[in-house]
Design a protein around this ligand. Structure first.
Ligand code: FCB
Length: 495
């Protein structure tokens, strides 16, 4: 791999979702262009701003629009050793000194495993129509294979029943990064067999819970596992091995396709699709070099995952850049792309930030960043990525499964949490999504990240992304201003 490619990859990784740790060390390579480096920008803007209001005073979403919120198992559940749950790579990683901020772990997190009924009531109070959560693989198969653990399945059945009782549609992700440690010990996602193990796990879940789940997502953000887990190393499993990283990408894509096939074979009626964090990539300037570099960057950020699922081929420019001798290219077998491109029913898009690419393949920032330094606040990027996906990949139904902002929220003297900046952020992004719908994007639902403050991976509990504040000492929940505002948005079905 050439030096230029290597530098590019590292820069890309540093700017990826949840790469704040890397950025903090000053290794990110990105420069601030044209923005004031405000520590927590986005969190102190007034909520009254509505940049996109229709003249008639409102933005109404399609009837039945699925307003929702999202979480993931390791980030909220806690109960790390209960009811037969095995260890995941994130248990190992977070318990390794120096890996997470303050040495935080998901051992207790938001204690959702014990408080799920209360959390379901909060969802009802908010008026949520959809809830996107993930199933913990090591709760279902402690070692990543074999007979499913009934107690683990029972927890999710209770959760699903509670959602249905409250009229909230479940959307279940099969894998949100908590790979059973036993599989990691056998090579993890570098080992092709892990994709087969994933299909078996998925099959067990479909057979046990398929009657209660109308929508499934296979793998959350494969790109983040590739970049943060295997290139930059600040996510589990903490490797820095560029050659391995793209073989991992292929095996994650393969696992996705095998799970889609397993759902069809199980006879369960739910819909299924991938959950991809997509980054609109823009040239940093008008040069031909920047345009070319942006094109390749887009290949690594977006087309690698989209083209394989929707076109049955990896993008040629990325394959050429990796080279024929790369572990990934050598790891692709006949028939793999056919599996990966098994027809899906929906595409889950997670949008947080744009990327601006220079002629040299580096990146610059053009907009204020949030408390998560990898996140530039640019609502227009939401519109761009949604319309682009529809233009380039056809009218597959789209759900937004993540979008949100971290803020340094603290309760005031009266106990309320005034996250006015989050209200403003969400309003602008909802407006951008609304414009995309108006321009023909088949967007069905929108899940704010996140329902609750939670364990933000390498950032531990420092970053608060929730609509609902969690006081970790007492586990008390407080609806933030954004939650009250969101309830009104849902009630009115628009802004
Ligand atoms: C996404 C992850 C999610 C959360 C948000 C802030 O990349 O899928 O778990 O960490 O970022």
């Amino acid at each position: 791999m050439s030096l230029l490619t290597r530098r590019r990859l590292l820069r890309r990784a540093a700017l990826s979702a949840t790469a704040a740790g890397a950025a903090r060390t000053g290794l990110a390579g990105a420069t601030l262009a044209g923005t004031a480096a405000v520590a927590v920008s986005g969190c102190d803007s007034p909520p009254e701003r509505n940049t996109d209001a229709d003249p008639d005073g409102g933005l109404r979403f399609p009837d039945g629009f699925g307003w929702g919120a999202a979480t993931s198992a390791y980030q909220i559940e806690g109960a790390a050793k209960e009811d037969g749950r095995g260890e995941s790579v994130w248990d190992t990683f977070s318990h390794t000194p120096g890996r997470t901020r303050n040495g935080d772990t998901g051992d207790v997190a938001a204690d959702h495993y014990h408080r799920y009924a209360q959390d379901l009531d909060l969802m009802r109070e908010l008026g949520l129509r959809s809830y996107r959560f993930s199933i913990s693989w090591p709760r279902i198969q402690a070692d990543g294979s074999g007979r499913p653990n009934q107690r683990g399945l029972d927890f999710y059945r209770r959760l699903l029943d509670g959602l249905h009782e409250r009229g909230i549609a479940p959307m279940a992700t099969l894998f949100h990064w908590d790979l059973p440690q036993a599989l990691q010990d056998d090579g993890g996602w570098e080992n092709r067999d892990t994709a087969e193990r994933f299909a078996d796990y998925a099959d067990a879940v479909f057979r046990a819970l398929g009657d209660r789940v109308p929508a499934w997502l296979t793998i959350n953000e494969p790109k983040t596992v590739v970049q943060n887990g295997y290139i930059w190393g600040h996510h589990a499993p903490g490797h820095r091995d560029e050659a391995a990283a793209y073989l991992v990408a292929h095996h994650l894509q393969l696992a996705h396709g095998l799970a889609v096939q397993a759902l069809r074979a199980s006879g369960a009626s739910g819909r299924i699709g991938p959950a991809l964090n997509l980054h609109p990539c823009y040239p940093a300037d008008d040069s031909a070099e920047a345009a070319a570099a942006t094109r390749l960057y887009d290949g690594y950020e977006n087309r690698l995952y989209l083209d394989s699922v929707f076109k049955g081929a990896y993008p040629q420019d990325v394959l050429a850049d990796l080279g024929p001798d790369s572990r990934m290219v050598r790891g692709v077998r006949d028939g793999d792309l056919k599996i990966i491109s098994s027809p899906v029913d929906l595409l889950a898009v997670q949008y947080y930030t744009p990327i601006y690419v220079t002629g040299g393949g580096g990146t610059v920032r053009k907009w204020p960043t949030s408390e998560a330094e990898w996140q530039q606040i640019y609502p227009e990027g939401m519109y761009d990525i949604l319309t682009r996906v529809t233009r380039d990949y056809g009218r597959v139904p789209i759900t937004i499964t993540e979008n949100g902002l971290p803020c340094p929220d603290t309760p005031g003297p009266d106990g309320t949490v005034d996250d006015a900046g989050r209200v403003s952020f969400l309003r602008d992004h909802f407006a951008a999504a609304h414009r995309a719908v108006r321009d023909g994007v088949p967007l069905e639902s929108y899940h704010v990240w996140s329902l609750l403050d939670n364990f933000e991976w390498a950032e531990g509990y420092d970053q608060r992304w929730g609509l609902v504040y969690v006081d970790y000492a007492s586990q008390r929940r407080v609806l933030k201003r954004s939650a009250h505002w969101y309830r009104e948005v849902i009630r009115r079905n628009g802004l």
